[in-house]
Design a protein around this ligand. Structure first.
Ligand code: NA7
Length: 534
């Protein structure tokens, strides 16, 4: 038997969540902590998602930690939306600055985590057979880290190369002179296609569901804007913390019906020109009221028809079957314009579905599409996938997969009944993917740190969500979704619909980050109401 490493806390994942969680537990609470990370370097989602065109769609001045004034003062972003290299530089800077690396083990994949009831601790095993024993286990594995490759018959016979955007090779992929097929037109596909098209001989985009997209209008940050950021960290942080999505802009107070049609079009036009997710913030009822939403949807569809020259391609791109922002709303750089290039074609899979992959390409019902490279921009087994892959077993050996057979059930997205002292950062049931992630992450990490600190001060050995509290919270998650148009797109990955057999449960909390923070703070203030503190 290999001897086990004993710790107070074990954190899984070295992205935004894991790095900050390590800092909080080790340097603020004085615990012995290690982070296990499957990748050879830190960065989490940004380590894996290095596909062409990859870029954050939160604005850089808000896509960062706010917990340290010094850190805010010494770091400066270069562009409106940072790409993976700059975000990785930032995270490496954070790791160096807080001396985090010495407690991170890279290239270490967790394959099992079992709760030992008698000892009240977690026993964690890695792929290479190492064992760790820890009182607290924090899953900081991200929401979009389990890549999903659809089960299309024939992939194993494909003679060319295939890659998934979420597991992009570090050395990159050379598209020059190649015929490329890209499956998927979510945020990732919409970012990747324009860049792939620039170097590939030919790009065929296979679209199952057409998507809205608004220009990102990425650009280098001006000196004036950098100055503004330098002198307004507090205000920027407060705006992020007080808005539903954690972004550095407020949602307009007006409703669509408060303005005339001409005023509304002018507002949309200005937001289109400004670019980015602020488009969604133009009216407060856009995600709450279908009729209001229709006006934004129509505006974007008209833009698509105006941009794309080929009428049939324009029709397929604008044939969108869900309300605007009901699926994760992408922002882009020349996505629709890309379909005006001679070397780019769109295949509408609704009209012409994929039959199989052949050795030389993809065969749809109408014809064969010869390809050298297939890019799967097909997304992730979101939110639950990364947690279920850890092989977690709680009380009585209950597997998390079993506990969640009918869909994820959590208390506040932070804990699962039957899994004591296991905390999930941005877990299902928390605002997570509906927000600017670092803001949600800081809130979760700080709450978890507060909870563990409370346990230690009060001699509490074991913290576990009550089943009734979790059931009540699941209901609130459902109710929050049902108040928005997000509930109308039942084929979105928010519902798990992209993974065959996955239960259709709306996973993130759509009630807004500010409200959620207040609920979490209130639970803590009431002595962690809804948690059994034994
Ligand atoms: P998404 O948003 O899940 O998009 C995946 C895309 O792949 C989407 O267009 C899917 O169509 C398509 N897809 C998935 N499976 C298939 C099959 N079998 N055949 C054809 N097309 C398929 O993932 P992204 O990586 O773009 O974005 C994830 C998040 O990363 C994003 O929200 C940002 O937060 C960052 P569908 O819509 O399911 O019909």
């Amino acid at each position: 038997m290999v001897s086990a490493t004993r710790l107070d806390a074990l954190v899984i994942g070295a992205g935004f969540s894991g790095l900050y969680q390590l800092h909080c537990l080790r340097d603020r609470l004085g615990l012995t902590v290690k982070v296990l990370e499957a990748a050879p370097e830190l960065g989490g989602t940004w380590y894996w998602n290095r596909y062409p065109g990859a870029r954050c769609d939160s604005e850089s001045h808000s896509y960062c930690y706010f917990f340290s004034r010094e850190l805010l003062e010494e770091w400066e972003w270069s562009e409106r939306y940072p790409g993976p290299p700059e975000i990785l530089r930032y995270l490496n800077h954070v790791a160096d600055r807080f001396d985090l690396r010495r407690d991170i083990r890279f290239g270490t994949r967790v394959v099992a985590a079992r709760y030992d009831e008698a000892a009240n601790r977690w026993s964690v095993e890695t792929e290479s057979g190492e064992r760790y024993l820890a009182t607290y286990l924090v899953a900081a594995v991200g929401c979009l880290s389990a890549a999903s490759i659809p089960d299309i018959p024939g992939l194993e016979d494909f003679a060319g190369r295939w890659v998934h955007t979420g597991e992009w090779p570090r050395e990159g992929v050379d598209f020059r002179g190649k015929r490329v097929g890209q499956i998927g037109t979510g945020s990732t596909g919409i970012q990747a296609a324009p860049v792939i098209a620039q170097s590939a001989a030919h790009l065929t985009v296979f679209q199952r569901t057409a998507q809205y997209s608004v220009p990102a209008r990425n650009q280098p940050l001006s000196e004036a804007f950098r100055r503004y950021v330098r002198s307004h960290h507090e205000e920027i942080r407060e705006v992020c913390r007080s808005t539903p999505n954690g972004h550095p802009f407020r949602i307009a107070e007006r409703k669509v019906s408060d303005v005339t049609a001409a005023e509304r079009e002018a507002i949309y036009e200005a937001a289109w020109e400004k670019g980015g997710l602020q488009f969604r913030a133009t009216f407060r009822d856009l995600v709450l009221d279908k009729a209001a939403n229709d006006t934004a949807a129509e505006f974007i569809k008209a833009k698509i028809r105006e941009i794309v020259r080929d009428p049939e391609t324009a029709r397929a791109l604008a044939d969108i079957d869900h309300p605007y922002a009901a699926k994760r709303p992408p922002i882009d750089t020349d996505y629709f314009e890309t379909f005006n290039r001679d070397n780019v074609a769109l295949v509408d899979l609704r009209a012409d579905p994929v039959e199989r992959i052949t050795p030389s390409g993809i065969r749809t019902r109408s014809r064969e599409h010869p390809l050298d490279i297939i890019v799967f921009a097909t997304g992730f087994d979101a939110m639950t996938g990364p947690l279920l892959r850890l092989g977690i077993r709680g009380r009585g050996g209950l597997a998390l997969a079993e506990a969640w057979r009918a869909g994820p059930s959590t208390y506040l997205g932070l804990q699962v009944p039957g899994f004591p002292n296991l905390f999930t950062v941005t877990g299902p049931g928390s605002p997570s993917v509906l927000t600017n992630m670092p803001i949600a992450i800081e809130q979760h990490v700080e709450w978890i740190t507060g909870c563990i600190g409370y346990m230690r001060r009060n001699g509490v050995a074991c913290c576990e969500a009550e089943p009734a509290a979790a059931a009540g919270w699941d209901e609130q998650v459902n109710e929050a979704a049902n108040k928005t148009v997000l509930a109308l797109a039942r084929h979105s990955w928010y519902f798990g619909a992209n993974i065959p057999g996955k239960p259709r449960v709306f996973m993130p909390y759509a009630g807004g980050l500010a409200r959620y923070r207040a609920i979490c703070d209130d639970v803590a203030a009431r002595g962690y109401a809804g948690f059994v503190m034994a």
